[in-house]
Design a protein around this ligand. Structure first.
Ligand code: NI
Ligand code: MN
Length: 226
């Protein structure tokens, strides 16, 4: 699997020749100014919730690439009214796509679309595929619901967890989350983009190391094999 970080919670993951884009907030993120959004390939765009810092570039990427938007029913309907393709889901449900299976998981957060439209409930995704399994948590607090993931999904190879605190869990709670999901390889997201979520990278990595776990903070725009 090849993974490219675009800042905040935006990632592109190449999975079995399919390009999955998660929570694209790129053109409005000064930390991602080196990224040309118009050159990002996408077959599917997975959106965890309706907040601007997760969907800002979804429409432009979807229009250009004809990618399918995978999100909750409310968000997919909102994009559908703009003429964009989508696959609606809701919490606890899974669907087998050609690249693998996507299951929508709970997230403890809020969700509203930029024009004030109700954005449904915020979510995360568990992806299972022949190339590996991972969890993209979306914006969430630490929640006991995470314990359901190892009970209901295949073992995770890695997980993408928010670590920036204030709007989501901080890295201390993310260490506990990594226990709940039985995963020792964590990729951090949702940090440093705004003043409220600036973190000490070394302190965050040490908090994971102290529990025998690895926190990976990816460089923006640099593809990494995982
Ligand atoms: Ni949010
Ligand atoms: Mn957010």
């Amino acid at each position: 699997m090849k993974i490219t970080y675009y800042g905040q919670s935006a990632f592109r993951i190449e999975l079995n020749d399919t390009q999955l884009v998660f929570d694209p907030f790129i053109s409005q993120n000064p930390l991602a100014k080196s990224i040309d959004v118009a050159s990002i390939p996408a077959d599917f765009i997975l959106l965890s919730h309706g907040h601007q810092d997760h969907i800002a570039d979804a429409e432009s990427i979807a229009r250009r690439t004809k990618a399918t938007i995978v999100s909750n029913y409310e968000i997919v309907t909102w994009y559908g009214e703009k003429g964009l393709n989508g696959h609606p889901m809701n919490h606890g449900g899974k669907w087998k796509f050609d690249f693998g299976t996507v299951k929508m998981t709970n997230a403890v957060h809020s969700s509203v679309l930029p024009d004030g439209t109700y954005g449904g409930n915020p979510a995360g995704f568990v992806l299972e595929s022949t190339a590996g399994n991972f969890y993209f948590a979306g914006d969430t607090a630490l929640t006991l619901d995470m314990k359901l993931i190892p009970m209901t999904s295949k073992p995770l190879d890695f997980a993408i967890l928010p670590i920036g605190d204030n709007f989501t869990m901080g890295y201390e709670d993310a260490v506990i989350a990594s226990d709940f999901i039985n995963c020792d390889k964590i990729i951090g997201c949702h940090y440093d983009t705004f003043g409220y979520i600036t973190i000490d990278h070394e302190a965050a990595k040490k908090a994971f190391e102290a529990k025998g776990k690895e926190l990976i903070l990816l460089e923006i725009g640099k593809p990494t094999n995982i």
